[in-house]
Design a protein around this ligand. Structure first.
Ligand code: CO8
Length: 257
């Protein structure tokens, strides 16, 4: 598939998807969603890719769902066709996914960043859920994922006032994992993705799945889920290799099995 709204690259074992609608501040339209789903499916199936970075431009990660496209929505067809429900496919991508955010991450853009496993922000990053200013509310996880990651007070503040928060505030409240100068953003995110990709992919994927389980279940069930997958890791060749390498004082050679 040829892509019009994203740029897809490989940097070693890291995949890089750059949102590319510069005239619309990378607004997320249907074409972009379809292309993201296609690109991620290819990266999921590519055994040489161990983690993915999603980024935008210096000015905007993404300024939200495409308001011009969305202004044509009508209830019955949006409901029957589950408009924009495809973003849950993006959220369910099984390999690690890092958002590298500079500039605006608003509405669906903030929600896309929050769908990723963690966010690395450039100093210019600005996060917000301005849907209220348009007479709507968030619809891609802003009321749910955000409430779970930054808590009720900040989520209410962002969603009900529509105000933006800067990178420092986003890091303080736990939305952002690290802040770096804008000029180092892509390099930092790619290097984090490559680091992750250098480990055993099945163990990394299990860690991701287990952390996400913390948001779905109670503590006792979550701990049981963790322990069962931990037990399962002793069926991996990579576990034997990782521990043997430690004991032999050498670098492990993981084979993703
Ligand atoms: N959609 C479409 N076009 C956009 C969007 C957008 N979200 N954001 C910016 N653009 C376009 C502008 O219309 C403009 O186009 P043109 O040059 O043709 O007029 C171009 O990008 C540049 O934008 P500005 O001139 O406004 O640039 P500024 O630097 O002055 O301002 C802002 C930048 C602050 C980012 C401003 O553009 C803005 O406020 N954008 C809208 C932000 C917003 O409200 N986002 C939320 C959208 S709603 C949403 O995301 C809901 C998601 C959930 C859907 C789930 C459904 C199930």
């Amino acid at each position: 598939m040829a892509y019009d709204t994203i740029i897809v690259e490989k940097r070693g074992e890291a995949g890089l998807i750059t949102l590319n609608r510069p005239k619309a501040m990378n607004a997320l339209n249907k074409a972009l969603l379809d292309e993201m789903i296609d690109a991620l499916a290819a990266m999921r199936d590519d055994a040489k890719i161990g983690a993915v970075v999603i980024t935008g431009s210096q000015k905007a990660f993404a300024a939200g769902a495409d308001i011009k496209e969305m202004s044509e929505f009508a209830f019955a067809s949006a409901y029957m066709h589950d408009a924009l429900g495809g973003w849950e496919t993006v959220a369910g991508f099984p390999k690690p996914m890092i958002a590298a955010v500079s500039g605006y991450a608003l509405g669906g853009g903030c929600e896309l960043a929050a769908m990723c496993d963690f966010i690395i922000a450039g100093e210019s990053a600005k996060f917000g859920q301005p849907e209220v200013t348009l007479g709507i509310m968030p619809g891609m996880g802003g009321t749910q994922r955000l409430a779970r990651s930054i808590g009720k007070a900040k989520t209410m503040d962002l969603c009900l006032t529509g105000r933006m928060m800067d990178a420092e505030e986003a890091e303080r409240c736990g939305l952002v994992a690290r802040i770096v100068p804008d000029t180092e953003l892509i390099e930092e995110a790619i290097s984090a993705a490559q680091k992750i990709a250098s480990f055993s992919l099945p163990s990394v994927m299990m860690a991701k799945e287990t952390i996400n389980q913390a948001f779905e279940t109670g503590l006792a069930e979550g701990l049981r889920f963790e322990r069962r997958l931990f037990h399962a890791m002793f069926a991996l060749e990579d576990q034997s290799e990782g521990m043997a390498a430690f004991i032999d004082k050498r670098t492990p050679s993981f084979r993703n099995r």
